[in-house]
Design a protein around this ligand. Structure first.
Ligand SMILES: N[C@@H](CCC(=O)N[C@@H](CS)C(=O)NCC(=O)O)C(=O)O
Length: 218
């Protein structure tokens, strides 16, 4: 396991970066923020591509080690600092946590990513209204399924069990994204309740986009 200074290359409004900020804060790890302004295209600069060939944020540096992909980063953090463990070691809880995290990170989030949306309104010439209809469609399908899954696992406070896990690290940023796109979260009462509860936790609060040093007011 690599140790050393932790630097998170991210963007205040990036939900994948937001997941990692929550995880770092839950573990009480000290970390430094390196802003990559994905709105102005800084992710495509050769120096950043050398760190992350996908030209996406986040990228984590720990000592001399570099990791991309928020779920891989959080898995690394679980081994670097096991308390609190964000993916349970075994059993049904582990299955549920990974199921929820991947539902969000693999099936909802990529369809609303900046480069996908830019392709819709650029090369495919969709209007802004069509873009927002696209986002609402995919978030709606994903959140309908998530709401049903949560019915089997939630305690009213967290996605799975009595403490925050990787699932909550993924849920809160995805809800923030949905709100930014004008989607009414009240349609999904369990998601709304877990999100509201989680955002009161100091680790989640400190990870909020508007509290990051690279925050740009709308
Ligand atoms: N699966 C990746 C997704 C990373 C990702 O899509 N990041 C977005 C911000 S949330 C990004 O960098 N977008 C830049 C772009 O679309 O050009 C992860 O979980 O880290």
């Amino acid at each position: 396991m690599t140790t050393g200074a932790i630097r998170l290359h991210g963007f205040f409004n990036s939900s994948a970066s937001y997941r990692v900020r929550i995880a770092l804060n839950l573990k009480g790890l000290a970390w430094g923020h390196v802003g990559v302004n994905i709105r102005s295209g800084a992710q495509n600069a050769p120096a950043y591509r050398a760190l992350n060939p996908q030209a996406l944020v986040p990228t984590l540096e720990v000592g001399g080690h570099r990791i991309t992909q928020s779920l891989a980063i959080i898995d690394h953090l679980d081994r670097l600092q096991p308390a609190p463990l964000l993916v349970p070691p075994d059993g049904a809880a582990r299955d549920r946590v990974l199921e929820i995290a991947q539902l969000i990170a693999c099936d909802i989030h990529p369809l609303g990513n900046l480069r996908v949306l830019k392709h819709l309104t650029g090369a495919l010439a969709l209007s802004e209204a069509q873009k927002y209809a696209w986002i609402a469609h995919w978030v709606g399908l994903g959140f309908d399924a998530l709401e049903a899954l949560l019915g089997a696992t939630d305690t009213g406070h967290w996605c799975v069990g009595g403490a925050p896990t990787l699932a909550d690290c993924c849920l809160v940023p995805q809800v923030a994204n949905a709100r930014r796109s004008g989607i009414d979260i009240a349609r999904w009462p369990r998601i709304a309740q877990i999100d509201a509860q989680a955002r009161r936790h100091p680790a989640f609060e400190a990870a909020e986009p508007q509290r990051q040093p690279d925050f740009i007011p709308a």
